[in-house]
Structures are given as C-alpha cells and as structure tokens.
Unconditional design. Structure first.
Length: 69
C-alpha cells in the first residue's frame, strides 16, 4: 500500500512540475533564484511586478512572444 501511495505522490509531483513548466508559471521562481545567486540581499520584485515587467518586455519586442490583442 505504501509503495502505491509513494508512486502516486511521485506521479502527481511530476505532473505538477510539467504543467508549471509548460505554462511558464515557474518563470518567477527561476527569476528569484537567479537574483539570489548573484546577491543574497538583492531586492526581489513581487510576483505582480515581475509579471508586469515581463508583459512590458514582450510588448516592446514582438520577438519575445506572440500577442494577438
């Protein structure tokens, strides 16, 4: 029973990781880790500020991503 539960938990974690990578939800986590690598005391923007910066960058450069509207 314990083995089956462990396999189910591992599978669920794998699916969660895949979906987060596919939807790029993990981009903020990677960005924060990148900032912390350089300086542990770096100012980290909030999730909302990060998404705003990312959207502004995409709209400024059409090669960054397709935006239809």
């Amino acid at each position: 029973m314990r083995s089956a539960l462990n396999h189910a938990v591992r599978a669920a974690r794998g699916v969660r990781w895949y979906v987060r990578e596919l939807t790029d939800e993990s981009a903020y986590d990677r960005y924060v880790a990148h900032l912390r690598e350089g300086r542990a005391d770096a100012d980290v923007p909030s999730r909302r500020e990060f998404e705003r910066m990312r959207t502004d960058r995409q709209e400024a450069d059409p090669r960054q991503g397709f935006r239809c509207c």
